[in-house]
Design a protein around this ligand. Structure first.
Ligand code: ZN
Length: 251
């Protein structure tokens, strides 16, 4: 199966559209959470993704907007955006968001794989350090766990007791780019497709990944999108300026 893996869209419609236009042929799509929050197009993004993805995992922003968790743990900018999103969403989209299951999820036909938002042990846990990632990989029974939340494309691999960071071999630029990573069946992996709508790895381009279960192999993608339009929507909505400006830097 060729699985399209999308995470952290954050209501950025222009970035989502660019990813879908650039995506290769796939059999099914999975969303790793945070469809909403930060960006200004939550209804448009949900209208598209509710149908597009066969499976969804709830993100911490989805949970907060849906009212499952409190906004107290959010920084002020994120809390303002979550509150705005809650008011902007149609009743039907808000109801749909409330029903998105929390991870970790195992999915039919995708044996040996785990799908989470933050980590297999918490939707709000940030996996950023190899040591922490290694301990996580030792505790799970899966070839790979797909995760998001950090908005950093790549992930980690564990072979024996050695955990290494996976950095996609992509050059910074303004064009589209992609690179492949073959998985070694003797190793274990945490794979982050990167953030569609608010990358934080210093690359402004929208990020996603394709996983081919046959090879098995991951292809990481970066694609340019209509950044100016996305920023203009955030400003017109009256959301905090930082949410618009940061998109240009991928921070
Ligand atoms: Zn996020």
């Amino acid at each position: 199966m060729r699985l399209l893996v999308l995470s952290d869209v954050h209501a950025n419609l222009e970035a989502a559209q660019a990813c879908l236009e650039a995506a290769p042929a796939y059999d099914a799509a999975v969303n790793l959470g945070d469809l909403v929050g930060y960006g200004a197009s939550p209804n448009e993004v949900l209208a598209q993704f509710e149908k597009l993805c066969r499976w969804h995992v709830r993100g911490n922003h989805d949970a907060a907007v849906a009212g499952h968790t409190s906004l107290e743990t959010f920084n002020p900018v994120a809390a303002v955006a979550a509150q705005w999103t809650r008011e902007a969403l149609s009743a039907a989209h808000l109801q749909w968001l409330r029903e998105v299951p929390a991870g970790p999820r195992r999915l039919p036909g995708l044996k040996g794989l785990l799908f989470v938002h933050g980590s297999p042990f918490g939707e709000d846990e940030y996996l950023v350090e190899p040591q922490q990632a290694g301990l996580t990989l030792m505790r799970i029974k899966a070839l790979a766990a797909f995760f998001g939340h950090t908005h950093l494309q790549g992930g980690f691999s564990l072979e024996g007791s050695m955990c290494a960071e996976l950095l996609p071999n992509l050059e910074l630029g303004n064009g589209a780019d992609s690179c492949e990573l073959k998985l070694d069946p003797k190793a274990r992996y945490l794979i982050n497709p990167g953030s569609v709508g608010q990358p934080r790895d210093g690359d402004w381009r929208a990020a996603f990944a394709l996983y081919d279960t046959e090879s098995p192999q991951v292809t990481f993608y970066r694609v340019p999108y209509d950044l100016a339009r996305s920023q203009q929507r955030i400003r017109s909505a009256g959301l905090p300026e930082r949410l618009a400006s940061r998109l240009a830097f991928g921070r």
